[in-house]
Design a protein around this ligand. Structure first.
Ligand code: FMN
Length: 205
């Protein structure tokens, strides 16, 4: 049985275009695999706090030396990590905001990248502890960037997931959504078709 984690990062929550695409993928997945479990984390509804010195210090402090506040901070991060560990498949909505990933997603990333908990450094580079997971990223944007130098979020997200050990990563793009209604509908329909294909049993790999 599969466990899916749907991560909504749009400021528009469930109404976001990226959220809608992630949802259509998850629906197709569940339709074909009755009994699969879905966890939805919506970062607009439940934002992860920005990382600051106090929070990072808590991560670095040995468990037996942590204050009560530090225990709470670490427990919160541990909870996010546990949820991620449970997931076999992670569907992430990834709108482009001001040429970057949503700050809500950055805050989430900052709370799940924990040295010696989700990855470790080694002489041969970092080693991620979250193995055997698949991530499907639904990247929506108002303009068109694929193939240009203006597109950096794909590399950033791919590198970050690799740090954690997640290397089976697929991007589904819907671009030019702010150009006009026709382009938007065409792109979203195409992205939904790609998502449905990725959710098919044959594509389980
Ligand atoms: C705050 C904000 C910043 C945006 N910045 C960009 C941008 O830099 N480049 C771009 O092509 N589109 C930009 N857009 C358009 C969004 O990427 C596009 O509407 C996307 O589909 C939004 O996804 P969502 O509905 O899931 O939030 C921006 C939208 C918002 C709300």
């Amino acid at each position: 049985m599969t466990t899916l984690l749907q991560l909504n990062t749009s400021v528009f929550s469930e109404h976001g275009q990226s959220t809608q695409l992630a949802k259509s993928f998850v629906n197709s997945w569940q339709h074909q695999r009755p009994g699969s479990i879905l966890i939805v984390r919506d970062l607009a509804i439940n934002p992860v706090p920005h990382l600051n010195g106090e929070r990072f210090e808590a991560f670095l402090t040995p468990a037996e030396q942590r204050s009560e506040t530090q225990h709470e901070i670490v427990a919160y991060s541990d909870g996010l990590i546990e949820e991620l560990k449970q997931a076999d498949v992670i569907a992430i909505g990834l709108p482009l905001y001001n040429y970057g990933i949503p700050s809500s997603l950055q805050a989430y990333f900052d709370h799940i990248a924990r040295a010696d908990v989700t990855f470790k450094y080694s002489d041969n580079g970092s080693v991620g502890f979250l193995q055997n997971k698949r991530a499907v990223i639904f990247a929506t944007r108002g303009g068109k960037y694929i193939g240009s130098n203006n597109e950096s979020v794909t590399t950033q997200v791919r590198n970050f997931l690799k740090l954690l050990g997640i290397t089976d990563v697929e991007f589904v793009y819907a671009e030019g959504l702010s150009i006009d209604a026709n382009t938007r509908e065409q792109e979203l329909a195409r992205a939904r078709a790609v998502s449905a294909k990725l959710a098919t049993l044959e594509d389980d790999g």
